[in-house]
Design a binder for this molecule. Structure first.
Ligand code: ADP
Ligand code: MG
Length: 262
């Protein structure tokens, strides 16, 4: 469904002291794919170019080389094909949970009434109804991420891009979020691209994992995760799980410049 071929992206940066402009290669021939309904994770050291990759897929930026194909059609530089949940939740503090959820839909021109009834139904389905009239400041970190995720889903695009959505949550909240997310994903089977630097998280959630090197990012490993679903935290101690984990760690640690905190 989504196919990315040989993407190359460089950024021009100005050296502060000398004022010289240097160009640095960020993505070096990145290729990956996601079939319909697949959950695909991207792991890589901090600063390697993961968010840049999402900016290209969402059409916010264009690469110098390569192709981004959706159902075989080139979508490079085109917006509107994916819903993108940024690293920060970016909920609007002056809008209630319900009205934050409908932002993406409103931008597409649906009436506020239609948006609200659809969002309310989803909030109820996924255990957030009690918060629909609350403001973001009153919510915990985990709740805010749930709201941001439902907003992303309500934009109703074929692909969800999630950029480290649980990166700032504590371990316990994170594991609750995994269960919640899997529940939502199981019901809707959206195609998801998920950035994380948490190897266990990637293994618990994904059908396939791409491991990127430090800058310039190259695909170091593409790993199919064929662990049975539903997956639970008990799996963390299983032999199969640890075998896959080992494969990822070997690649990450063979990359000498990796600055991952694991
Ligand atoms: P990651 O999400 O993997 O942590 P990013 O994609 O945010 O990494 O950034 C990759 C590299 O590109 C970093 O070195 C960052 O400083 C640089 N970078 C990101 N955006 C820009 C930009 N707009 N202009 C110049 N450099 C950028
Ligand atoms: Mg990032």
């Amino acid at each position: 469904m989504l196919e990315i071929k040989n993407l190359v992206k460089t950024y021009a940066t100005k050296l502060e002291k000398k004022g010289e402009v240097v160009s640095s290669l960020i993505l070096d021939r990145i290729s990956l794919r996601a079939a319909e309904g697949e959950f695909v994770s991207i792991i890589g050291p901090s600063g390697c170019g993961k968010s840049t990759l999402f900016n290209l897929i969402s059409g916010l930026e264009v690469p110098e080389e390569g192709q981004i194909l959706l159902h075989g059609k080139e979508i490079m530089g085109e917006r509107g094909h994916v819903s993108y949940m940024l690293q920060k939740d970016l909920l609007l503090p002056w809008r209630t949970v319900l009205d934050n959820c409908i932002l993406g839909m409103e931008l597409q021109g649906f009436t506020r009434k239609d948006c609200r009834s659809k969002a309310q139904a989803l909030l109820e389905e996924f255990g957030l109804a009690a918060y629909s009239n609350s403001y973001p400041y009153a919510l915990s970190g985990g709740m805010r991420q749930r709201v941001a995720f439902l907003r992303t889903m309500l934009a109703n695009k074929e692909i969800l891009l999630l950029d480290e959505p649980f990166g700032s949550l504590d371990a316990y909240t994170k594991s609750e979020m995994h269960e919640w997310l899997m529940d939502v994903w199981n019901k809707y089977r959206s195609t998801v691209l998920f950035i994380t630097h948490d190897v266990e998280e990637a293994l618990l959630l994904s059908d396939r994992i791409y491991v990127l090197s430090s800058q310039p990012a190259r695909v170091q490993l593409s790993l199919d995760v064929d662990l049975p679903r539903p997956r639970s935290r008990e799996m963390l101690v299983s032999q199969e799980f640890n075998q896959l984990k080992k494969q990822i760690f070997q690649v990450l640690f063979s990359d000498k410049t990796t600055s991952l905190n694991i």
